[in-house]
Ligand binder design. Structure first.
Ligand SMILES: Cc1cc2nc3c(=O)[nH]c(=O)nc-3n(C[C@H](O)[C@H](O)[C@H](O)COP(=O)(O)OP(=O)(O)OC[C@H]3O[C@@H](n4cnc5c(N)ncnc54)[C@H](O)[C@@H]3O)c2cc1C
Length: 258
């Protein structure tokens, strides 16, 4: 069984009726690669309820940050959403995951494609100085159903642009493309459709995807992963076969279903 360590909640922010984020203390012994996930758990009536969570903070930060859905009746999140600063949550001691920079072959542009809370690992990666050394430009495509669901990502990207260490790099190299499916917005539609139609690239005034120069990380629901994998495979991109084996793109299954 996984080892869990207690962490104290230091801050909770509710972004909408469906989404919140929280920060916790970090054990000095906890080491992770940006993009990895660990298990967040609560003990409920004598039983441990544990779920995978991407770490949204960069690994140079003193505290850990997580970005969470609120599922009505969800075994973990129906309780987790009630946490307050000063409460304790349990965190697994060994982060893991496949959304890591070292499993991407060298390239010039990096596309980070996320839907919903799939943005969480990218909140970590875009706050990692290494990403700006390895890639000339980083295009963040973050999809949500409603405009209000983009608020956490908006805040992270705004803070990053104002950051005294990374701000200049982010302003020069990071391209933000928020997209909404269920109400009018400046970018509307599914990520797969926007890539397939070329709309994403014409909106941004950049060249279409090509497997020689571009690398891709994908995090979202199963349907989105399946569609984007088919699209990339069809264009000659090679999926990283596993941890430690670089490819043109990497994926993480951020949540089952949806
Ligand atoms: C590798 C990995 C990383 C993950 N990282 C995150 C994360 O950073 N933030 C996060 O909120 N969740 C994340 N999840 C999902 C998370 O593990 C839980 O499923 C989620 O917290 C809901 O827990 P629950 O017990 O309340 O409901 P569950 O019983 O786990 O889920 C009930 C149903 O809700 C839907 N669902 C679950 N999670 C989501 C979600 N995030 N977005 C939309 N629909 C969902 C699915 O249809 C699921 O079948 C991740 C999952 C995996 C496998």
């Amino acid at each position: 069984m996984a080892t869990y360590l207690p962490a104290r909640v230091t801050r909770v922010r509710h972004w909408s009726d469906k989404l919140f984020s929280f920060s916790t203390t970090r054990e000095p012994s906890l080491r992770y690669e940006n993009g990895q996930f660990l298990m967040v758990a609560l003990d409920v009536d004598g039983r441990r309820v544990a779920r995978a969570y991407s770490i949204a903070s960069a690994n140079h930060a003193d505290e850990l940050e997580f970005y969470s859905i609120k599922i009505p009746g969800g075994p973990l999140t129906s309780r987790l959403q009630a946490i307050r600063a000063g409460d304790t949550v349990l965190l697994s001691a060994k982060p893991t995951g496949t959304l890591v920079l070292r499993d991407l072959r060298p390239g010039r542009r990096l596309f980070l494609l996320a839907t919903g809370t799939g943005f969480a690992p990218f909140a970590s990666l875009i706050r990692d100085p290494e990403i700006y050394e390895r890639f000339e430009s980083i295009v963040v495509v973050r999809g949500a159903r409603h405009v209000r669901d983009l608020a956490y990502g908006d805040a992270i990207i705004e803070q990053l642009g104002a950051d005294e260490h990374l701000g200049e790099l982010a302003r020069a190299q990071l391209v933000d493309y928020p997209v909404v499916t269920r109400e009018p917005f400046r970018h509307e539609g599914r990520i797969t459709t926007l890539i397939d139609s070329g709309r994403l690239f014409s909106d941004l005034g950049i060249a279409p995807l090509d497997p020689v120069n571009d690398r891709v990380m994908i995090c979202g629901g199963m349907g989105m992963l399946k569609d984007l994998r088919a699209l990339l495979d069809g264009r000659g991109f090679r999926l990283s076969p596993g941890i430690g084996e670089p490819g043109d793109y990497v994926i993480e299954r951020a949540f089952v279903g949806a």
